[in-house]
Design a protein around this ligand. Structure first.
Ligand code: THU
Length: 160
């Protein structure tokens, strides 16, 4: 059988000093947003900060529930809030980070599959790639130019 190889491109910054001023600021806003997460069950606070094309920054964080599956991720809260407030404005970038109970997680936190799908829908809706800036509690930062890079074989409306 023939094989196909799927490739992803990720830029890696060792510290925030390597980021653009805007991306560094956005990551700082995401860290602030994580402080406000409601995560009493996992103690894993996720913060997201979106930069919109109109310059507005919209934040989101995870909101947990005693009925666990009702929990909503920080990224989706931010994207849905942005879409509700500015339905005609594309999102340019999203920074995602955490404050974990474990502490010291130095691997960048990727959005879960559902959040990737939601971010992709927003790219399609506005015909605008969304740059992802990902960090753990500390350490290196991944910069990814579009969620398509980390969502291979994605499902979209072209199949419908
Ligand atoms: N979580 C997010 O907010 N975003 C993700 O992409 C993955 C997981 C949250 C959900 C839950 O509150 C906690 O992290 C542990 O799974």
């Amino acid at each position: 059988m023939k094989k196909i190889t799927l490739q992803s491109e990720i830029e890696v910054a060792q510290t925030v000093a390597e980021l653009s001023g805007m991306d560094a600021q956005l990551l700082a806003r995401a860290k602030e947003a994580a402080k406000g997460a409601y995560a009493p069950y996992s103690n894993f606070k996720v913060g997201a900060a979106l930069l919109m094309k109109n310059g507005v920054v919209v934040i989101g964080n995870n909101q947990e529930n005693a009925a666990y599956p009702v929990t909503m991720c920080g990224e989706r809260n931010a994207v849905f809030s942005a879409a509700a407030q500015y339905p005609n404005t594309p999102i340019e970038a999203i920074a995602i980070t955490i404050i974990s109970a474990k502490g010291g997680i130095d691997r960048p936190i990727p959005p879960c599959g559902s959040c990737r799908q939601v971010i992709y829908e927003n790219e399609i809706r506005h015909q605008c790639d969304i740059r992802l800036i990902l960090q753990g509690d500390i350490g290196k930062i991944y910069v990814i130019q579009s969620v398509k890079d980390i969502l291979p074989l994605l499902f979209d409306a072209s199949y419908l």
